[in-house]
Write a protein that binds this ligand. Structure first.
Ligand SMILES: Cc1ncc(COP(=O)(O)O)c(C=O)c1O
Length: 406
């Protein structure tokens, strides 16, 4: 590990603590990322020195709050390379962003008999909202199959696309397999039948540079807490023309233009989709996390994480009885695995006693577990703050706990 990465690692106070008397080795960034001090300080400073509401008052505190809130919108716009800040909507997270699109896009554009496509490797957050929509609109949900490497079958996808396809919703990177999907190509294919595309970027935005215009995404969503920012804040990017045609998701303050008891007219996007007092401090915290990530550069982050995953894959492949679930040729920053004769939960519990935090279970992707015929997997996920030494300690500890369990 080069000196620079150690410097960045030291920005994360949590990574200096111990767990069960051992130095914490945090390998669950795919679930949620640890926070650098600059993010913690930005939130603390905002509450302590600058706290005020947004949009609603003429006094200086509120004006400054509103300005910082809007500046973060512009930061996110640059981060995603969106065409304009009005295309950035603040939500509570990836889950809420997808629900918003399913509800509002569904209401505006989905008719009985229309089809929505998702892939076989989606997180429940990118399955259930579409099921709810399809039930509501008598539309049909279809699933793009994958192979046993965990790669989408593009030929099958092509066959599923037709003039009834209204929207394709796919993960950029699968949280349960690590697969990096060819979303640019899939988007082009969808656009050929005039279908819209939602990219679930929960596992990609924190790890690689995103350019929504180059991808030509109609919607792109991610969560702040996986991007080293606070919980309770997420992003929905939507193309301006689409957002204008979509009805509001929730009613309340700020999303209106005028209200009378007989009729309400709505604000323009993004405010049309941001009802009520928003997550002001969380937005400020997200802004700090984006500044921080950009000060390192996502290209460098992706390069280092790629090395970590390559190293970890090689170390895990040395372990007898261990099978990696998800062996696509392009992968993000995580590895799922099972070990013959050992339950993933037991592995996770014994690793925890050694100070190592990994995720075990179905990873909110039960259809993926069913496809691979396993009840659960163990998952190690990496961030730029992890080291090769940690990977080695993890592999060593894993060998030891497997010996204890079989
Ligand atoms: C691919 C993917 N989609 C959606 C989500 C849901 O994100 P959140 O719980 O932050 O809304 C996650 C979270 O793990 C994820 O990994």
């Amino acid at each position: 590990m080069s000196l620079d990465w150690i410097k960045y690692r030291n920005d994360f106070p949590m990574l200096n603590r111990t767990m069960h008397g051992k130095p914490l080795i945090y390998l669950d960034t795919a679930a949620t990322a640890q926070k650098p001090l600059v993010v913690i300080d930005a939130i603390h400073d905002f509450y302590q020195n600058h706290y005020g509401t947004v949009h609603r008052a003429v006094y200086e505190l509120a004006l400054q709050s509103s300005q910082r809130y809007q500046q973060t919108r512009e930061k996110v716009q640059r981060f995603l390379h969106a065409a304009k800040p009005e295309e950035i909507i603040f939500t509570r997270g990836t889950t809420e962003s997808i629900n918003l699109v399913a509800y509002s896009f569904g209401k505006a554009f989905v008719q009985p008999g229309d089809e929505i496509l998702i892939s076989a490797m989606e997180h429940h957050s990118n399955i259930v909202p579409w099921q709810l929509l399809c039930e509501d609109r008598q539309a049909i949900l279809k699933v793009i199959p994958m192979n046993h490497q965990g790669e989408i079958l593009l030929e099958e996808y092509k066959k599923l696309l037709n003039s009834r396809t209204k929207l394709v919703a796919i993960a950029h990177v699968s949280n349960s397999l690590g697969t990096l999907n060819p979303i640019k190509e899939m988007t082009q294919m969808a656009h050929q039948v005039n279908a819209r595309v939602l990219i679930d970027g929960a596992q990609s935005a924190p790890h690689m540079k995103i350019d929504v215009q180059d991808l030509d995404s109609d919607f792109f969503v991610f969560s702040g807490h996986k991007l080293y920012g606070p919980t309770g804040i997420g992003i929905l990017y939507g193309k301006g023309d689409l957002l204008e045609q979509m009805p509001p998701y929730q009613g309340g303050g700020d999303m209106i233009e005028t209200v009378t008891f007989s009729k309400t007219s709505y604000n323009v996007p993004p405010l049309k989709f941001e009802a009520g007092t928003p997550m002001i401090a969380e937005v400020i915290g997200l802004g700090a996390s984006i500044d921080y990530i950009e000060s390192i550069s996502l290209e460098c982050i992706q390069g280092w994480e790629h090395e970590l995953v390559k190293h970890a894959t090689a170390r895990l492949q040395e372990i007898e009885g261990l099978r990696i679930i998800g062996t696509a040729s392009d992968k993000g920053s995580l590895i799922s695995f099972v070990v013959k004769g050992v339950h993933a939960l037991d592995i996770g519990t014994l690793l925890d006693l050694r100070g190592i935090a990994i995720r075990t279970g179905h990873h909110c992707a039960q259809p993926v577990m069913n496809f691979f015929g396993v009840p659960a997997t163990a998952r190690a996920s990496f961030a730029f703050y992890n080291t090769k030494e940690e990977v080695d300690q993890f592999a060593q500890a894993l060998q030891e706990v497997i010996q204890l369990l079989i």
